[in-house]
Write a protein that binds this ligand. Structure first.
Ligand code: SAM
Length: 209
């Protein structure tokens, strides 16, 4: 057994709602790339620990991480979720409704960078960001998150170990280079405190000072 399997066995138990989300993704032939169960558990904890009221998710897919984030919100909390594919956002919304969070979530369709520009123009501010879309734009999403962040906000990034490719010096694929640059930025940026946790496919947690 690996360390991650041990962690998952203890802290990554899925309930029927989350199992149903995974199944709905398979049923629609969508990519099975939701966050891992233990990352889902930790997302709920992070929202609660930070007392986050307004959460921004970049990459909705079928709503798995959206439900985990929404589970951490208080009564007046909101989730804004950015998604490129209309069909995915539709399923995510359906699943959030089933989980009891239909009225807490708003989806914005299209390129996330365009939605982020719009949110910036609207003066929107967030307490927690979850970055889980196209890897080549992680640094761009991070820079937008810094612009839209309330003090003390958390910026969380998924897949930051890229199944180990990120620390393989021989691997210089586009996604690997992009995530390596993202990790190096959050590790050295004076405006934030950061840590990379080896759960799931690697989860970065950054706190804006
Ligand atoms: C890894 S999946 C998200 C999984 C989801 N966070 C979860 O765990 O339930 C990545 C998602 O990002 C979306 N995406 C990819 N590129 C995007 C872009 N440029 N703008 C907005 N969404 C994008 C994909 O359509 C896909 O649904």
């Amino acid at each position: 057994m690996t360390a991650i399997e041990y962690v998952r066995g203890l802290f990554g138990q899925e309930d029927d709602i989350l199992t149903g989300v995974r199944q709905s993704i398979v049923d629609r032939d969508m990519p099975a790339i939701s966050v891992s169960p233990e990352v889902g558990t930790f997302l709920t904890m992070l929202v609660k620990m930070n007392g986050a009221k307004n959460v921004l998710e970049i990459g909705a897919l079928g709503g798995y991480s959206g439900i985990c984030l929404a589970r951490g919100l208080g009564e007046d909390g909101t989730l804004t979720s950015l998604e490129l594919e209309a069909e995915y956002a539709e399923l995510a919304h359906e699943n959030l409704k089933k989980a009891g969070f239909g009225d807490k979530v708003q989806y914005r369709l299209g390129e996330a960078l365009t939605s982020l520009e719009q949110l910036g123009a609207e003066g929107a501010k967030f307490d927690l960001f979850f970055i889980d879309a196209d890897k080549v734009n992680y640094l761009n999403y991070y820079n937008w998150a810094l612009k839209l962040a309330n003090p003390g906000a958390l910026i969380v990034g998924d897949n930051v170990l890229q199944s180990g490719r990120v620390f393989d010096p021989e691997n210089n694929a586009e996604n690997t280079l992009a995530i390596r640059a993202f990790n190096e930025q959050i590790a050295t940026d004076d405006r934030v405190d950061s840590m990379l946790l080896p759960i799931g496919d690697g989860l970065s947690v950054t706190r804006v000072k």
